[in-house]
Each structure stands twice: as structure tokens, then as C-alpha cells.
Design a protein around this ligand. Structure first.
Ligand code: FEO
Length: 170
């Protein structure tokens, strides 16, 4: 029987990941509007990955024969003054998601739910990568973003990102 708190947090994470997808879709929308299609592509793929994350939590609970309750997804309501604000909001959001994953991990650890911990291991690693990617994007923008040619090259680089399915299969 799954611990009530662990169950609650895993279920909530479905919603948090779907919100992440919605937030990144909004980032993609922002960049489409300003004509930076490479950045728009990068965040569109990010949104796809977040939907995958949501489905992994959903599937894990289903596999464990646990009830799944779906809540309303919040509205992404950030207004950005510049491109860099979007990238910084992305990093801030990933740091928040990392803290959520760690909270679930701690709850699972407290009740010796080794199966949940093993499932969450993938997300602990994934969050490290997500934060690195967000940080790299900020660094590149700081270095090249203020020069039109630099921004064009960076946009072209981000346009080349392709979607790959998550390596975790349940
Ligand atoms: Fe699903 Fe970007 O964390």
C-alpha cells in the first residue's frame, strides 16, 4: 500500500509537469511572436518533454494500482519585458521543479518506499540536466544575444533541436 503523502505528492506532480508544459508552450508562443523561431522550437520541444514527464507520473501511479486525480492546470500569466526574462523564468521554474522532486524523494525515503525512490532517480538526474540546459541558454544569450548576428546564430542553433522520447520507460 502506497503511503498517503507519497501518493498525494506523486499525483500533484502530474499537474506540476502539465503546468510546466503549458508554461513552456507560452514561452514558445512569446518567441514565435517576436520572430525567433529557433527559440520557439526549443521551448516547444521542452513543452513536449514536460508532457512526457506528466505521463510518466501518471503511468507510475497506474502501474502501482493507485487512484489518479486530475486537477485544473494553472494559467501561465508571466509578462516578459525582454528575451532574457523568459530564459531566466525558465531556470527559476526548473529550480522549483527540482525542489518538488526532492520533496517527493524525501517523503518516499521517510517511509522506505524504495520503488518510488528508484522511479524518482531518473527525475533527479533529469532535473540536473534541465537546470544545466537553462543555465547554458542564459550564458549564451549573455554572450551573443545583444549582437544581431550573434542572436541570429543562436536562434539557428536552437532551431536544430529535435525531440527525443524520454529514456525512462515504465
Ligand atoms: Fe519536468 Fe523540466 O521538469
Amino acid at each position: 500500500m502506497m503511503d498517503k503523502r507519497v501518493h498525494e505528492l506523486l499525483n500533484q506532480q502530474i499537474n506540476k509537469e502539465l503546468y510546466s508544459a503549458y508554461l513552456y508552450l507560452d514561452f514558445s508562443n512569446y518567441f514565435s511572436r517576436v520572430g525567433l523561431d529557433g527559440f520557439a522550437n526549443w521551448y516547444m520541444i521542452q513543452a513536449q518533454e514536460e508532457r512526457d514527464h506528466a505521463m510518466l507520473f501518471y503511468q507510475y501511479l497506474q502501474n502501482e494500482n493507485q487512484v489518479v486525480t486530475l486537477d485544473a492546470v494553472a494559467k501561465p500569466d508571466k509578462v516578459f519585458d525582454c528575451h532574457m526574462d523568459v530564459l531566466k523564468a525558465g531556470l527559476e521554474h526548473e529550480e522549483y521543479v527540482t525542489s518538488l522532486i526532492h520533496d517527493i524523494y524525501s517523503a518516499a525515503h521517510d517511509v522506505r518506499d524504495y520503488r518510488a525512490m528508484q522511479f524518482l532517480d531518473w527525475f533527479v538526474k533529469e532535473q540536473g540536466e534541465e537546470e544545466t540546459n537553462a543555465n547554458d541558454l542564459i550564458s549564451k544569450m549573455e554572450l551573443f544575444g545583444s549582437d544581431p548576428k550573434g542572436l541570429y546564430m543562436l536562434n539557428s542553433e536552437l532551431a536544430a533541436r529535435v525531440y527525443t522520447a524520454p529514456s525512462l520507460v515504465l
